[in-house]
Write a protein that binds this ligand. Sequence first.
Ligand code: ZN
Length: 314
Amino acid sequence: MEPYALVVNAVCQERIWGGNKLLTRFGFKHATEQTGEAWVISAHPNGPSTVVNGPYAGKSLAEVVELHPDWFDHLQLGKFPLLLKLLDCRADLSVQVHPDDAYASSFGELGKTECWYIVDAEPGAEIVLGHNAQTREEFRAKVEAGDFETLLRRVPVKQGDFFFVPSGTVHALGKGLLVFETQQSSDVTYRLYDYDRRDAQGNRRELHLESSIQVAICPAESANVNPVITREAGRTRTRFMACEYFTVEKWSIFGKIHELSRSSFTLLTVLHGEGHFLDQTGLTALHPGTSLVIPANCADYAIEGTLEIMVAWI
Ligand code: ZN
């Protein structure tokens, strides 16, 4: 079969910190008043995207990757490497750290390097990014003393900001943020601090202090982001990040652009606006929340409309 652009659905996950924006702004099927995460492009078994168009409608993205490794030619071991999410943070998320590839490989997972584009931020919104301990011993001492106030680095954020969060970085999204996340396809998280919160039953969520202390990079390294903006006919392209795990751009489209598929694959998620995606199979309407996977060696395609689209590839 010839490769074609796959339209995929979002898999919504309720979280105690989730809100209603994934329902009200993006209208995701199965979103609720407390959806924290929409996994907009995923081949991870904990929340796999399903193709909704063409001959493979009804198959999961992971199944298509398995059937056609040639459509995704960078892939090793049939594992789709990226996971794209939208997150609606009505409350603070717990403070976490993820292992790197080497550490995670011992239990068959990838490490988790991620990055965040801030789609929306309420005034005063913050994230936790990094820590102030100079050594692992100091990190351990502060964690064991519960001194998170001086340990954690807080950073004010606003709409349009972008943050790179390599594995080993202590991090948390704060309340009042709507975030587009690009990450390695992994679900391994160590929870370091949960603000001593208790749920309705009076229980605290599980913490993973020892694993967190082991994988946290000490001292913290600051990961700089230097967006590169290119103006082209019909589009302003902002490249936020190009690292060994992913490249992430935002395309602001006004009019019509023409694109070639690349040698790996291209992932597109519409944040704002309306328009159309056009290729040899026809026309797909684009709305906020529409996500497409463009395999390698697809025919040329065009995008038309007034749109803001997040784009990722490896
Ligand atoms: Zn994370």
